[in-house]
Design a protein around this ligand. Structure first.
Ligand SMILES: [Zn+2]
Length: 332
C-alpha cells in the first residue's frame, strides 16, 4: 500500500537534507492539484510526496523512520516498552490484540496449583492479571469497549473434580479435576484514558486458594499516536493551514477537532506559528464528569502556489505602496 518514503521522493537512503528538499519541491510542483485538476492519481502522488517529505525533512522523524519504517510514529512507545523490560510491553506496542496468552497463563497456574499442597496454602486471594490493550485517540476521547477472552476453570464434568474415574486417571482433565471453559467478556474503557491507564475488572484475575477471592484483571492501556493531534495531558495540539491573505487581512479557517470541525476567527496580521486556544476542545479528563482539556492550534501560513497575472499585478502594486509608505515614513 504505502510506498517507502525514500522511494516516494526518488532519493537514496543517505540523501542529504538539501537533496530531499530539492526532490520534494520538484515533485510537489509537478503533482500539485492546481496544476492537475481532476487528476486522482496526481492527487494521490501529491499526498504521498507530502507525507514522505514531512517525515524525511525532520531529522528526528527521519531517524525513527529509518529504524522502524512504517511504525516510526510509535518509536517512543516501542522504546519505552523495551526499556521497561519487555516482551509484554512490546506486544502492546505492536498492535496485537494480545490476549492469546491468557489460556496458557491460566493453564500454568492450574497445573502448579493442583500439584502443590493445597490445604497448606490456606485461604489466599488470587493474583491480579495484567493484559495490554491499544486504543486510538478517538476511542480514548469517546470511551470504548474491548472484548477479552478468558479461560475460566471449572470442575471437570467427567470426574466431577476428583481427577479419577473408577480408579483410573480421568482422560478429560488428565487427572487435574478441572477443565477450562473459554469465556468472552466485554470491558468498558472509560473516556479520557491515557497511555499507562489501568482499567480494572474486579474478580477476573486468577482464582484464590481455598476460600480466597479471585484477583482482578487489569487492562493496561496504550493510546496510539494520532496523525493530526498531539496529546499533552488532557490538552491537544494541532496545526492549521491559514492562507496568506486571511493571515494578512483576517479571516476564518476551519479547524478539525476530534468531535468534528469548528470555525476559528483569524485576526488580521496573524504571524506564522501563532497559537490559538480552543477552550474545552481537548480530551475529557479521566473520571471527571464533563471536565475537558483545551485544543491548541498553531497557524501555519500558506503562500499561494501560483498567481494569476492579475494577482501578481496586485502584489507588485502592494510592494510599490509599501516602499512609498516606508520612504514617506523615513522622510519625515
Ligand atoms: Zn476429570
Amino acid at each position: 500500500m504505502a510506498r517507502d518514503f525514500y522511494e516516494a521522493l526518488g532519493v537514496a537512503r543517505d540523501a542529504s537534507e538539501k537533496d530531499i528538499r530539492t526532490a520534494y519541491r520538484k515533485l510537489a510542483r509537478k503533482h500539485h492539484p492546481d496544476v492537475n485538476p481532476n487528476d486522482k492519481s496526481a492527487e494521490a502522488r501529491f499526498k504521498e510526496v507530502n507525507a514522505a517529505f514531512e517525515v524525511l525533512s525532520d531529522a528526528d522523524k527521519r531517524k525513527k523512520y529509518d529504524k522502524y519504517g512504517d511504525r516510526w510514529e510509535m518509536a517512543d512507545q516501542i522504546e519505552d516498552a523495551q526499556r521497561r523490560g519487555g516482551g509484554g510491553g512490546f506486544r502492546a506496542a505492536q498492535g496485537a490484540e494480545g490476549f492469546g496468552d491468557f489460556g496458557s497463563i491460566f493453564d500454568n497456574f492450574f497445573r502448579r496449583e493442583r500439584g502443590g499442597p493445597r490445604a497448606a496454602s490456606g485461604n489466599r486471594r488470587g493474583q491480579d492479571i495484567e493484559t495490554p490493550i491499544e486504543v486510538t485517540l478517538e476511542e480514548a476521547y469517546h470511551g470504548t469497549s474491548r472484548q477479552v477472552n478468558l479461560q475460566s476453570p471449572e470442575a471437570c464434568p467427567t470426574c466431577g473434580g476428583s481427577g479419577d474415574v473408577a480408579g483410573a486417571i480421568c482422560h478429560t482433565c488428565e487427572g487435574m479435576g478441572t477443565v477450562t471453559r473459554p469465556r468472552r467478556i466485554e470491558v468498558r474503557i472509560p473516556a479520557g484514558v491515557k497511555t499507562g491507564s489501568r482499567v480494572r475488572v474486579a474478580g477476573e484475575g486468577r482464582p484464590g486458594a481455598g476460600k480466597g477471592s479471585p484477583g482482578d484483571l487489569y487492562l493496561v492501556v496504550t493510546v496510539l499516536p494520532h496523525h493530526r493531534f498531539e496529546r499533552k495531558g488532557d490538552d491537544l495540539h494541532a496545526e492549521v493551514d491559514v492562507p496568506l491573505l486571511d493571515a494578512v487581512l483576517g479571516g476564518e479557517v476551519t479547524v478539525p477537532t476530534i468531535d468534528g470541525r469548528v470555525a476559528l476567527r483569524i485576526p488580521e496580521l496573524t504571524q506564522n506559528g501563532r497559537q490559538f486556544r480552543l477552550s474545552g476542545k481537548g480530551m475529557p479528563a479521566l473520571g471527571s464528569s464533563g471536565q475537558r482539556g483545551d485544543l491548541y492550534v498553531k497557524a501555519r501560513i500558506q503562500l499561494p502556489d501560483t498567481l494569476t497575472p492579475e494577482e501578481k499585478a496586485h502584489f507588485e502594486a502592494m510592494r510599490a505602496a509599501r516602499a512609498a509608505a516606508t520612504a514617506h515614513h523615513e522622510g519625515r
